[in-house]
Design a protein around this ligand. Structure first.
Ligand code: TYD
Ligand code: MG
Length: 457
């Protein structure tokens, strides 16, 4: 008689690294004694990948498959739809990550309210808050209509049973770190629990055709597994970021199997929940000082949308031996490089100066198109000459001080023209590709030197 042997696999509790055999030290994260054994389960019956006996799957021709935009369900929040690529795809899994307290529960409850009003059947499952607490939040958001049910539950077996009997269209799991699967070892929030819970939810989502939003807290602490380990399992990954002390929030698409990534949605938190900011440029430029040195407007393309930003720089004499360079919002390495270019190519004595660069509003942008505006802001502060506050600058700066072309120049200029900007400094190659734009004067430049000359003018 054959003895059936349990198949097991080992994985690291710290980083989730998998191995067929036990190891003393994890080769990926170098943690000692972190490998734990876990039983390998066969796929449950009814899994979409399971072959039915006697049935041979037939490949389908790609041209026979039809897709329509109507397949998507609008979340009722335009900024969220934009990041999702047009709405929620039925049967998809969406991870919404972010720091605790940033507003993930608020955003999803608001989306639930809109979707329920449109006739969708929803269940909001919370493992973090009591029904009363959710109700209190809901009261701040306004009136709720339609089929939205609340459930406080953390046991995935129970959740599975409820989903199979209720058959909702959309489910919210708040949060994955509180969910518990009793067949798996570890406390809720551990790597094994988070991974297995997601696998169970994935299975439920695909077999029942339910769209599931999963909330995941981003934590630096090792014991609670952050959402990074489940990014590859879900269809869409959105991160909700922003300064908790400022009121604006940015929802950023990091992965999307059904749309473009890099789209952002901008929100503002107020006492009645999250408000959409449909014109972020105007919002980010509000409160800009007039006639101040060290501030230049730049334009970044986020997904399909141009966003105007205020770049601020403060350059002052170093008090101690080593100059301080600090950045908030922009890439510090890039700033050091730009300062080196200004020093070497323009002969500016920045070597003995502290430099602080800030993107006002707390946005984080790494696009090289901001280079020219950063360089101009640094020089404007260094020379203490204000740049025209109706001037836009964009372009990538190379190591020889040349200004290189960037994509979608026309879109950037049109956004600035819409907000009443009068002048634009841009790379010559980009200027050659665009025609005249009403109300805005173009200054094509070849190098940073040309751009700086415009400040002195
Ligand atoms: P929450 O959605 O609970 O955050 P998360 O689920 O990401 O942990 O939001 C928490 C913060 O939002 C909290 O500090 C209070 C604030 N908030 C408002 O300012 N206005 C509101 O209407 C609501 C509901 C929350
Ligand atoms: Mg929450």
């Amino acid at each position: 008689m054959a003895v059936s042997k349990k198949k097991t696999v080992f994985f690291c509790k710290e980083c989730g690294n998998e191995s067929a055999k036990w190891m003393g030290q994890c080769p990926a994260c170098h943690a000692w004694n972190s490998f734990v054994e876990q039983e390998l389960k066969s796929a449950p019956a009814g899994s979409p990948r399971m072959k039915q006996p006697g049935q041979v799957p037939k490949p389908t021709s790609i041209s026979e498959l039809s897709l329509s935009e109507e397949d998507r369900v609008s979340s009722g929040i335009a900024e969220l739809d934009r990041v999702l690529g047009g709405g929620v795809v039925p049967g998809s899994m969406i991870l919404v990550g972010g720091d605790p307290g940033i507003g993930k529960s608020t955003l999803l409850l608001q989306a639930c309210r809109e979707m329920a009003a449109k006739g969708q059947k929803l269940i909001y499952i919370s493992g973090e808050e009591s029904l009363k607490q959710i109700r209190m939040r809901a009261d701040r958001l306004g009136t709720f209509t339609g089929d939205l049910k609340l459930l406080c539950e953390t046991d995935l077996n129970v959740i599975g049973d409820i989903l199979r009997s209720e058959r909702p269209d959309i489910v919210i799991i708040d949060s994955i770190q509180t969910m518990y699967n009793e067949e798996v070892s570890g406390t809720p929030g551990s790597v094994s629990q988070v991974r297995e819970s997601t696998a169970v939810l994935l299975q439920l989502s695909k077999s029942l055709g339910i769209s599931i939003f999963i909330v995941g807290h981003v934590t630096k602490e090792g014991t609670v597994a952050g959402p990074r380990i489940l990014e590859h399992m879900v269809d869409t990954v959105l991160y909700f970021e922003g300064d908790r002390h400022a009121s604006y929030r940015v929802l950023r698409g990091v992965k999307n199997r059904f749309g473009s990534t890099n789209e952002i949605g901008v929100f503002e938190m107020f006492e009645g929940g999250l408000r959409e900011v449909s014109n972020p440029s105007e919002y980010l430029l509000s409160g800009r000082p007039e006639n101040a040195s060290g501030t230049v407007t730049a334009c970044s393309i986020e997904g399909t949308r141009p966003i105007l930003l205020e770049i601020q720089a403060l350059v002052c004499q170093t008090g101690f031996g080593i100059p301080r360079r600090q950045s908030s919002g922009a890439d510090l390495n890039r700033i050091n490089l730009l300062i080196a270019v200004l020093e070497k190519r323009l002969g500016l004595k920045l070597g003995m100066c502290d430099a602080y660069v800030n993107i006002a509003g707390g946005m984080r942008i790494v696009e090289p198109a901001l280079d020219l505006a950063i360089a101009m802001a640094v020089v404007s502060s260094f020379m203490n000459i204000a740049v025209n506050d109706r001037l836009l600058a964009f372009g990538e700066v190379g190591l020889s001080g040349e200004v290189r072309g960037v994509s979608q120049s026309e879109q950037r200029i049109r956004e600035a023209a819409k907000l009443g900007y009068k002048e634009c400094v841009l790379p010559r190659v980009s200027a050659a590709r665009i025609g005249e734009i009403k109300g805005i004067r173009l200054y094509p430049v070849d190098s940073v030197r040309d751009a700086i000359a415009l400040i002195k003018k």
